[in-house]
Design a protein around this ligand. Structure first.
Ligand code: ASP
Length: 302
């Protein structure tokens, strides 16, 4: 495997390889004993055309923990702002021969274009509503840590399914790994087709939540809506916002996950986001490090 562009390209065995390497690295990090020179002398170029808090920082820490050097390219101070086009910018940057590129872009499939030009591994840190593969891997690692495995787990994803790359990558990974996936969304935010026929669609929390082991909330991806699809944040919260009360009523045993950014009291109430018993949100963030270390180790260290 040369690149990591999407979960759609991975089979179950390849997903398992990433996850077991991430588990090994997580255990080594805990003991304070890992190979911190694994990527010594490697230079990793970060091309983030969209904003990021967790993914960008987590990739940078992961790379540095493995001894690599990171170059953070900034689109706002680049020649793109002088009128250079995307392909010329990419050809310029890849001519400098980085050892790997980690990128995020608003255009559908942009990492595939970069992978076709680059002579090094390309890792997708999120493109459009298509894929966010390392998020799905770190989410899977978090569920495995908590439940011991993914097979047979009932995972319910609530929110902007139509525009969320996290939903897209998670639906694919979890189904490939044998979990039962359900999605809950208002009709305007539910895509017509989902990646697998056995993913069940619901339009109310009351119908979709019962028997969930994991409930994942998502941000409204307003930047990808071509018009206002939701009357107001308040109206959305009233119908689809996850509160402790709703969770206790319909899925009392479920834990809660969210990839962030956490838009409180729109997708998730304060009382759940801060509940150390029910919320795995900060564990997800922490698991981003061993997951991305595993991806870099397997693709760049090879
Ligand atoms: N951070 C995630 C992403 O980049 C989720 C989000 O932005 O809502 O897709």
């Amino acid at each position: 495997m040369q690149h990591l562009l999407g979960i759609n390209e991975l089979d179950k065995a390849q997903i398992e390889q990433f996850l077991s390497r991430a588990q090994e690295i997580a255990a080594q990090l805990k003991k304070g004993d890992w190979d911190n020179e694994r990527l010594k002398n490697k230079i990793i170029l970060h091309l983030f055309f969209e904003h990021s808090t967790r993914t960008l920082t987590s990739f940078e820490i992961a790379a540095k923990r493995l001894g690599a050097q990171v170059v953070n390219w900034n689109p706002e101070t680049s020649s793109l702002s002088k009128g250079e086009n995307f392909i010329d910018t990419i050809e310029t940057l890849t001519s400098m021969k980085p050892d790997a590129i980690v990128m995020r872009h608003a255009d559908y499939g942009a990492p595939l274009t970069v992978a076709s030009k680059a002579k090094c591994p390309v890792i997708n840190g999120g493109d459009s509503w298509r894929e966010h593969p390392t998020q799905a891997l770190l989410d899977a690692l978090t569920m495995i840590d908590h439940f011991g495995g993914l097979g047979g787990l009932n995972v319910t994803i609530i929110g902007d399914i139509a525009h969320s790359r996290v939903a897209s990558s998670n639906m694919q990974l979890l189904t490939k790994m044998g979990a039962n996936v359900r999605v809950i969304a208002p009709k305007v935010l539910m895509p017509e087709s989902l990646p697998f026929d056995n993913i069940k669609k619901f339009h109310t929390l009351k119908d979709g939540l019962p028997n969930s082991d994991v409930v994942m909330t998502l941000r409204l991806q307003k930047e990808r809506m071509d018009r206002a699809l939701i009357s107001s944040d308040e109206a959305y919260f009233n119908e689809f916002g996850l509160t402790l009360n709703i969770l206790d009523k319909y899925a009392p045993k479920a834990v809660v996950m969210d990839p962030g950014p956490l838009v409180r009291n729109v997708q998730i109430a304060d009382d759940i986001a801060e509940d150390p018993q029910r919320s795995l949100i900060l564990k997800q963030v922490a698991n981003g490090i061993p997951t991305r270390m595993a991806v870099l180790d397997m693709l760049v260290g090879a």
